[in-house]
Design a protein around this ligand. Sequence first.
Ligand SMILES: *Cc1c(COP(=O)(O)O)cnc(C)c1O
Length: 409
Amino acid sequence: MKFNTALLHKDYDGDPATGSTIVPIYQSSAFAQESAEKLEAVFNNKAPGYAYTRISNPTVSAFEKRIAALEKGIGAVACSSGMAAVTMSLLNILQSGDEIIAGAGLFGGTIDLFGDLEAFGITTRFTDEVTAESVKNLITDKTKAVFTELIGNPKLNVVDLQAVSDVCHSHGIPLIIDSTTATPYLIHPFDYGADIVVHSSSKYMNGGGNSISGIIIDSGKFKWDKNRYHGFDEYAKFGKFAYLAKLRNGIWRNTGACLAPMNAYLNSVGLETLGLRMERLCSNALKLAEFLKTVPGMEVNYPALADNPYYELVKKQFDGKGGAILTLRPGSKEKAFKLINNLKYAAIATNIGDVRTLVIHAASTIYTHSTDAQKLSAGVYDDTIRISIGIEDAEDLIEDFKQAIEKIQ
Ligand SMILES: *Cc1c(COP(=O)(O)O)cnc(C)c1O
């Protein structure tokens, strides 16, 4: 099955109970069983079925199955948000005293989260660029996970996944990838050695900017050493499903990080057009980047431009596609604000992965809590505009940027 066919048909049959082509919104908190014995069996994972929506729900399960199939994982757990997915993916394996290695160019919320984890005795060692070399240099006997995004947002640096996963595995450490900005359209991280993948499915998977959600997918390949990973003793009996079983029966369930059925439904509908949208988004982004490069005084960053330092990696890992985010530096904060204010089509908003083009001045918004050093590591300058490209016609977008740029020159 190729990508667009898989989006519609892989591990998906609609709703077996009714024949509905889309699994409906099972908007129910609890599910009654015909006997006390049956409910006992469902509760104890001895029979399939549903008991309570914080633990499982048919609409949510259908979404999880589709994403697991799409990412070639053995299973997935949906969460209330991308941040919940990032948090749960790590807390499932960490305890006080442990260390994480992470890229400094991560999504701002994730950087803030790693700060919060300090209070629980979990320390993060940041590196400006996640490479085999930099990771190797930061590993200690306390390192329990390496966490990175594939295409930094908004730094737009690209990680060599195979090289980094090789280093992790030679030290018995799992590699957790936030693949939100890459999406399964650009890459299947498990093919390059990633162990756990998380997505903010609020973004490209949803596609319409209408609901928040996150998801964690397991490759099933990492061997969790029960002497090194807290609590895995109890779950060893689940074999390759140990990580997912621990997550479902532990921290994810107990913190109430579950996805609402309504949001799972909206995400499932959006997911079906991921391939079509990404094709258009990548093509639009490249066209706009190529135009912006011709404008004197503008610095444009887009990984799929031939002179970008990550171009070779983009060809190798992403089949030459650069994703749907580009950044632009017009020279000063004043010019950046004026340019943004003069755009006709782009909404001034903090999101990515919407069908419409969105722009934001990064330093004064998503990075407002960061120190100057953190901003620099994240590739956020005083004049950086992040553009999350939409599916509008490329000619209109180029025309719009052209007229807005003329007003600041
Ligand atoms: C948006 C985003 C998140 C957080 O997701 P929410 O759904 O907003 O909680 C995490 N990682 C990346 C790369 C993101 O873009």
